[in-house]
Design a protein around this ligand. Sequence first.
Ligand SMILES: *[C@@H]1O[C@H](CO)[C@@H](O)[C@H](O)[C@H]1NC(C)=O
Ligand SMILES: *[C@@H]1O[C@H](CO)[C@@H](O)[C@H](O)[C@H]1NC(C)=O
Length: 404
Amino acid sequence: MASREGNIEMGKKKLPLFSLLSLLCLTSVFFLLSSKAPSTPLSLRTFQIHSTASCDYSHGTWIHDPSRTPRYHNTCKEIFKGWNCLSSHKSNAPQLPTWRWQPQRCDLPQFDPLHFLRTHTHTAIGFVGDSLNRNMFVSLFCTLKSVSHGQIKKWRPAAADRAFTFLTYNFTIAYHRTNLLARYGSWSASDKHGALETLGFREGYRVDVDVPDTTWAQALSFHDVLIFNTGHWWWAPSKFDPVKSPMLFFKKGQPVIPPLRPDQGLDMVLEHMIPYVEKKARPGAIKFFRTQSPRHFEGGDWDQGGSCQRDRPLSIEQVEELFSVKNNGTNVETRLVNEHLYKALKGSSFITLDITHLSEFRADAHPASAGGKKHDDCMHWCLPGITDTWNDLFVELLNSKYQG
Ligand SMILES: *[C@@H]1O[C@H](CO)[C@@H](O)[C@H](O)[C@H]1NC(C)=O
Ligand SMILES: *[C@@H]1O[C@H](CO)[C@@H](O)[C@H](O)[C@H]1NC(C)=O
C-alpha cells in the first residue's frame, strides 16, 4: 500500500545519482551508491527502487531533533486530563515531541494537517476501539483543529462516543468506544441445568463472539475510513478475573463448550468481526487495524507498584529485554496480541497499522505519575506525544492507498 509513494520517493532521491552515470565511470558510481547505503549491496537497492515492496516503517530509530515543535497546543480541550503531561508538569513532557521516528530505508514525514483537510472533504473517519484508540483520535483531532479556522460541530453520529465535523470541509472524525469489539455484559448462573452452571460457573462476563458492540455496529455504514483496535482488555484480569468473573464465550446465543481461555476467545471474536466489517462497511471504505500499543511497566504490574520513570527512549537491547515473548515479562501481552491480530488479518482487506515496535522504544512517553491516578499510568500516552507519530503513519498509508 505504501509501495507506490515509497518507491516514487526513493526514485526521486536516486535521480541525481543516475544522471551522473554518463559522467562518471562505473566504479565511482558504485562508490557513491554504496557510501550512501553502506549496509546494502547495490543490486538490492536497485531492486528496491523498482519493486513494489513497501517501506517497512516499523523498523528504525528515534532521533533527537530539538528543532521539532509540537503539532498542537496542550490547551486543546479534547486532551484528557490524565494525558496532558505538559499541564501536569511531567518533567520530560516538553521533550516528547522533539523525537522523530526514522525508518531504516525511508522517511516518515509529519503530515500537513491543512492539506489533509483540503484533500479529505466529505469524508468521515471512525476510530473504533479502546482508550488507546481514543488517545490516537484526540491527537488527530487536536492536530487538525490547530490549523482549521472554521466551525466545528460536536455530535454523536452512529452511536459514537464523540465526533467532530469540521464544517468548512464536511470532514468528520469520530470515536466509537469498544473494549472487545464483540458485545459483552455481566452474566450470572440462572439455569441449574445450563451448560456453564453444570461446569460450576456462577458469575462472569458473557461475550458474544458473533455480535458487534452496539457502539460501533452502525459506524460501518457511516465512515469512509475505519481504524480498529482491541487488545488491552483481553489481558486484563482485574476486570475479567479468571476465577471470580471469567469471560464466558457465546456463539449463536449458546455457550461455547468447553469454555475458552481469553486468548482463544480473542481468536474467535476476530474470526467473526473481521469478515463482518468487510461485509458491512461502505463500498470502497478503507479499513485499518492498528496493532497493539505497548505498556511499559517496570518493577511490577500497574497494581503492584510498577512504574515507567525513563526520560528518554529505550535502546534496542532494552526493548528486546522488556518485550521478548521468551522473557515473559510484565508487558508480554504486547507481542502476543499481535500474533493473534496478524493471524486473523491475513488475507483480509484490512491495512495493518503497525505501531507496536516503534512505540516499544518510548518508555519515556507515558503519563506515569503525572496521570493523576493512584498508580502510574504506563499504558496511555502523553499528548502531544507518540500517537502524533501513529497519525503520521496512518496518513502516509492512507494517502498511498488513495494514490494506489
Ligand atoms: C458530507 O460528507 C458525507 C460523507 O462523510 C457525505 O455523505 C455527505 O453527503 C456530505 N454532505 C454534503 C453536504 O456534501
Ligand atoms: C508468565 O509469567 C506469569 C506470571 O508473571 C505466569 O503466570 C505464566 O505462567 C508465565 N507463562 C509462561 C509461558 O511461562
